[in-house]
Design a binder for this molecule. Structure first.
Ligand code: NAP
Length: 317
């Protein structure tokens, strides 16, 4: 945050990642002794996100990124992180999903053509791969399953087109399952174990990363923005077995997990070797994050009530 020059805008800042990422940027800047404004742009459907940001020294800008006319009034800044997207509720609202995920990236590249842009996409653009492969590398196999995933690949391609045409400095991060105490695959599994509900092994392997580690990487990625944006998979380094996770939570929570087969050997998995080489290993080891999540479940901590549906194989969300 000391090396990166200028203000920061986080677009789509009202969701699960945006608020803590924007606050991390503001706090890190303060601690680095850097004077800068951090703006959080969203519709703020969740009002508590807005209040949290305002209380933490982030400047809140309410805007609907689907309204072209609103882009011109967004704050000027040399650093932009793009987090807006639509996943859940895609089924039945396919046009809204496509316009959000595949059209707004064109507006983004045009409006912020002179800025560095960290474009957050998803690992859903890949195909399911056999667990023995160690996950999809940035080269593929690309094969988005379902309209949500297709629209995200569309967004990447549209953004790449305009970034190249307009000479935008950018990087594309394909995130695979961030988690923290209020949501994520570990919380989904821990809650099932706690409640005695079956844990599906239909998707039996995942990659996950502590949300704070993702935010840390996303902010440091500003320094890697360049013409012809590179693509980097972002997640934890380990291929996590859902069965192992359920059994660990069972031990931590004093419950016997109920595992539900059949177990499939292909899953949405990413190879994070490039990410780890560029940004280092995550600071929060998986086992530590799981202990925090187990404790959270035990004390009945609040959640977003937003299951990841990590076990969906049809691409329907
Ligand atoms: N969390 C994960 O594990 C994960 C994994 C892979 C990829 N990703 C991607 O990473 C990004 C951030 O993740 P997240 O978990 O924070 O997603 P999220 O909870 O869905 O947040 C995205 C936010 O974008 C905002 N947004 C959507 N359409 C908008 C519009 N037209 N105008 C203004 N704001 C709009 C929404 O906030 P408002 O309602 O306030 O507008 C929404 O809450 C998303 O693109 C997501 O798909 C996340």
């Amino acid at each position: 945050m000391r090396r990166v020059r200028g203000d920061i805008v986080v677009l789509g800042a009202g969701g699960k990642i945006g608020p803590t990422l924007a606050v991390m940027a503001a706090r890190a800047s303060r601690e680095a002794g850097v004077q800068r404004r951090v703006y959080a742009v969203s519709r703020f459907t969740r009002r508590s996100a807005r209040e949290y940001l305002e209380a933490s020294g982030v400047e809140v800008v309410e805007a609907d990124l689907l309204e072209e006319s609103e882009w011109a009034d967004l704050p000027e800044a040399p650093n932009v992180l793009y987090l807006a997207g639509k996943k859940f509720g895609t089924k039945g609202q396919e046009p809204l999903t496509w316009v959000t995920n595949a059209y707004t990236p064109a507006l983004l590249a045009k409006r912020y053509r002179s800025s560095r842009i960290v474009f957050v996409s998803t690992a859903q653009v890949y195909d399911f791969v056999h667990v023995s492969t160690g996950g999809a590398t940035e080269e593929g196999p690309i094969n988005p399953i379902g309209e949500y995933a297709m629209s995200r690949l569309g967004g990447e391609r549209v953004f790449q087109h305009f970034a190249s045409k307009l000479g935008v400095q950018a990087i594309i991060l394909r995130l695979c399952y961030a988690y923290e105490l209020r949501y994520g695959v570990p919380l989904d599994v821990a809650l099932k174990v706690w409640r005695g509900e079956p844990v599906s092994l239909r998707v039996a392997y995942v990659n996950v990363i502590w949300q704070g580690d993702f935010s840390n990487i996303a902010l440091r990625a500003l320094e890697r923005c360049a013409n012809s944006p590179e693509v980097v998979n972002v997640s934890g380094p380990e291929t996590v077995s859902i069965e192992w996770m359920a059994r660990e939570f069972g031990r931590m929570l004093g419950r016997e997990p109920v595992l539900q087969g059949p177990r499939e050997d292909t899953a949405l998995l990413v190879n994070t070797a490039k990410c780890c080489a560029l940004f280092g290993y995550p600071r929060v080891p998986l086992r530590k994050g799981m202990e925090w999540v187990a404790h959270w479940v035990e004390i009945g901590g609040p959640t977003y009530n937003a299951p990841t549906h990590y076990d969906v194989r049809t691409g329907e969300f």
